[in-house]
Design a protein around this ligand. Structure first.
Ligand SMILES: N[C@@H](CCC(=O)N[C@@H](CS)C(=O)NCC(=O)O)C(=O)O
Length: 277
């Protein structure tokens, strides 16, 4: 700025050189703007193993925002190691999403960025706090279900009962009451938000554990039907979409190979810490 104004104050000679400086600056700024546009326009790239895990909510949110993305799905531990070697993973962990020139890690950071960018995070700070409260509760339940396939065989039934008890007695009643009390179509501010998307994802996960899990929740049943019919969501729910299937034996083996774990002990302790049996 200083260099520019001192040029502009000069004579003819300096004026033409100041013009060329201006032109050069303009061209440079156009170039970087173009580069920025290119970066912003590139499809987000998701790095994870070929399963739901922590990445599935990211897939849901991008689908709800109508954003197309690419996926790099690890098949072997080598794939994961190579990504670590690239230095792109802040904590040597996935999920990681390359987007807008960043390599974003930490599931919540990724989700918050997408929710904010695509206007799925409320209209002000207060709505955002409410969305956070809903979503954080949902994540607690989501994590229990996510870790469930890794629990020890002898504890499976006990853990499943616990998950269903928490879903139907702690979490679902909260969302049922909200929808009943305010009588609106969405959880927060009468517009679609990250909380609605995550709630539908969660409802479907719980129903995979117990198909009639919503029987005592009429508002949630209506909510499920309504949100499932939104065109982008409907598309994501169709077979062949990037939505992942529940963990089956083959995916379990891939996850085990990729993440190098055995017997599920780590998962057991990290997921049952709040459980009282
Ligand atoms: N808080 C992190 C946890 C990430 C995490 O635990 N990722 C697992 C895969 S689901 C991983 O990369 N584990 C390998 C490791 O920790 O070395 C997040 O939410 O993204």
């Amino acid at each position: 700025m200083f260099a520019l104004s001192s040029c502009i104050q000069g004579g003819q000679q300096e004026e033409s050189s100041s013009t060329s400086v201006l032109v050069r600056l303009f061209v440079l700024s156009c170039l970087s703007e173009n580069q920025e546009l290119r970066i912003m326009a590139a499809k987000p790239k998701l790095y994870y193993f070929d399963g739901r895990g922590r990445m599935e909510s990211v897939r849901w949110l991008l689908a709800a925002a109508g954003v197309e993305y690419e996926e790099v799905l690890f098949q072997t531990a080598e794939d994961f190691k190579n990504l670590i070697k690239s230095g792109k993973l802040m904590y040597d962990q996935v999920p990681m999403v390359e987007m807008d020139g960043m390599s974003i890690v930490q599931t919540r950071a990724i989700l918050k960025y997408i929710a904010t960018k695509y206007n799925l995070y409320g209209k002000d700070l207060k709505e955002r706090a409410i969305i956070d409260m809903y979503v954080e509760g949902m994540r607690d339940l989501n994590d229990m279900i996510m870790f469930f396939p890794f629990s020890l065989p002898e504890e499976k039934q006990k853990i499943l009962n616990y998950i269903l008890e928490r879903a139907t007695q702690r979490f679902f009643p909260v969302y049922e009451k909200t929808l009943k009390d305010h009588g609106k179509n969405y959880l927060v501010g009468n517009q679609l938000s990250w909380a609605d998307i995550h709630l539908l994802e969660l409802i479907l996960m719980v129903e995979e554990c117990k198909s009639d899990a919503l029987s005592a929740f009429p508002k949630l049943q209506e909510f499920k039907t309504r949100i499932s019919k939104l065109p982008r969501i409907q598309k994501f729910l169709q077979p062949g979409s990037p939505r992942k299937a529940p963990l089956n034996d083959a995916l379990y083996e891939t996850a085990k190979k990729t993440l190098n774990f055995d017997k599920g002990l780590f998962f057991k302790y990290s997921s049952t810490i709040i459980a009282k049996f």
